[in-house]
Design a protein around this ligand. Structure first.
Ligand code: GLN
Length: 454
């Protein structure tokens, strides 16, 4: 995999940092253990993985795609990182991402975009474009992403790979640099549903270091993926979300989705249409809640505690140093979010914006609850279009935001959701993804249906 990275990553730019020494040492430790007759620490021992650069790695650069954190070496491992190491997984390096995970194309990275392995002129999705591209380009076998509004599933969809957002609280956020704390969730990226399940079981589980971690058994996702592989969905009730489709969706994506629904039927699933009337308000609600939490979370980058510090020559006050550093360190999208969030939270506007968005969030959760009384899983296209061209949407934030129209409801409700490859669009020959959504703590349903479908 290191050779493969050396061969193709100049063209893909999936990695921000390749940890050759660390990877070889981890691989050697696994080999030595096996030579000593020890059982491997997990089914993934020795498997090379790419880690999104938003999860801390002790002594290894963690930039979150931002100039603000250039040169920062975290003093500790994220829980996800620690669990990977304990499982004998070989961490190859850190992957490119939109700055602080804000974006849908990886073009907001301060270190330049990642290219889609299917067509280098196109985006690999975002914010975790580097993680999904690295596995699509066979630079890594598996990868870790994080999903606040779609950043694991949408890159999975446009790179033809599997991406899973576990139930909120299912995977620890300790050491996941916060963007929007009530939405952020780390999860697996893989080329098959079973690979994703094996990785899911390695990283999931209760962590007392994360106050929102759920103290419940990890759903049996590996068993579910193995069960699904027999291709039998008899007795499984699938709901097609009525509100997703129509204007703004590429006809090729909708045709692929129709074919996917027919295939689920052919596998024995009972397919019905379900209405979730409040899902159409998910995007506007998200773009108040996520920036609000971001404006608060990113206040910690004050030029004193981490990374970049400019104008530190004694001629400026501490406040000036903070403000000049933030001006230089943050890119335009991050600044836009901080301003939006600060405004939405300000006195006099709080109830109208943030308060209303929180109420919409409750209505969306209720839509899911009502739907899951009728069906086991919901399905939709993962994203309305296939990979768009690099540069095409950079000047149009609204067009960029629409990429996550179908993925955001599951984040707002804290539910589990997966994107599984659904073939190539008959319009442009690019990968399309099928989104499967399940209730909180029913992640195993995604794996059963996903494995049957893939
Ligand atoms: N594209 C969405 C945003 O820009 C979601 C990002 C994410 O899931 N991290 O906020």
């Amino acid at each position: 995999h290191l050779d493969r990275i050396a061969e193709v990553d100049d063209h893909i730019h999936a990695f921000l940092h390749v940890d050759t020494e660390g990877a070889l040492a981890a691989a050697k430790a696994v080999d030595e253990g096996l030579a000593d007759g020890k059982a491997p620490a997990s089914p993934l021992a020795g498997v090379p993985l790419a880690l999104k650069d938003v999860l801390t790695t002790e002594g290894v650069p963690t930039t979150c795609g931002s100039k603000t954190l250039e040169g920062w070496l975290p003093p500790y491992d994220a829980t996800v990182t620690r669990k990977l190491r304990e499982a004998g997984v070989v961490i190859l390096g850190k992957t490119n991402m939109d700055e602080f995970a804000m974006g849908s194309s990886t073009e907001n990275s301060a270190y330049g975009p990642t290219h889609n392995p299917w067509d280098h002129a196109r985006i690999p999705g975002g914010s975790g474009g580097g993680s999904s591209a690295s596995i699509a380009a066979f630079e890594a076998a598996i990868a870790i992403g994080t999903d606040t509004g779609g950043s694991i599933r949408q890159p999975g969809s446009v790179t033809g790979t599997v991406g899973v957002k576990p139930t909120y609280g299912g995977v620890s956020r300790y050491g996941l640099v916060a963007f929007s704390s009530s939405l952020d969730q780390a999860g697996p990226c893989a080329r098959t549903v079973l690979d994703a399940a094996l990785l899911h079981e390695v990283i999931a589980g209760y962590d007392p270091r994360d106050s929102t971690s759920i103290d419940a058994p990890v759903p049996p996702v590996v068993a579910a993926a193995r069960q699904g592989a027999n291709g039998d969905l008899k007795g499984v009730k699938v709901g097609v979300v009525k509100e997703f489709g129509g204007d703004g969706y590429q006809p090729g994506v909708l045709r692929s989705f129709q074919a996917a629904v027919e295939q689920l039927r052919a596998l024995g699933a009972d397919v019905v249409e379900v209405s979730c009337p409040n899902f159409v308000y998910a995007l506007p609600a998200y773009y108040l809640i996520a920036p609000s939490e971001c404006s608060s979370n990113l206040a910690r980058f004050d030029a004193m505690r981490y990374g970049l510090r400019v104008a530190d020559d004694g001629s400026h006050s501490a406040e000036e140093v903070m403000s000049l550093t933030r001006e230089k360190g943050f890119g335009p999208e991050v600044k836009r979010r901080i301003m939006l969030g600060t405004y939405a939270l300000s006195s006099g506007y709080y109830d109208a914006y943030y308060g209303s968005a929180q109420k919409v969030r409750t209505l969306i959760t209720r839509d899911f609850e009502a739907a899951f009384e009728q069906v086991d899983v919901l399905v939709s296209p993962t994203t309305p279009t296939t990979a768009f061209k690099i540069g095409e949407r950079v000047d149009d934030p609204m067009a960029m935001y629409l990429a996550d129209l179908c993925t955001i409801p599951s984040n707002l409700a804290g539910n589990a959701a997966m994107s599984v490859p659904s073939g190539l669009s008959d319009e442009d020959g690019l990968p399309v993804g099928l989104q499967i959504m399940a209730p909180a703590l029913a992640d195993d349903r995604l794996y059963r249906v996903g494995a049957a479908y893939e």
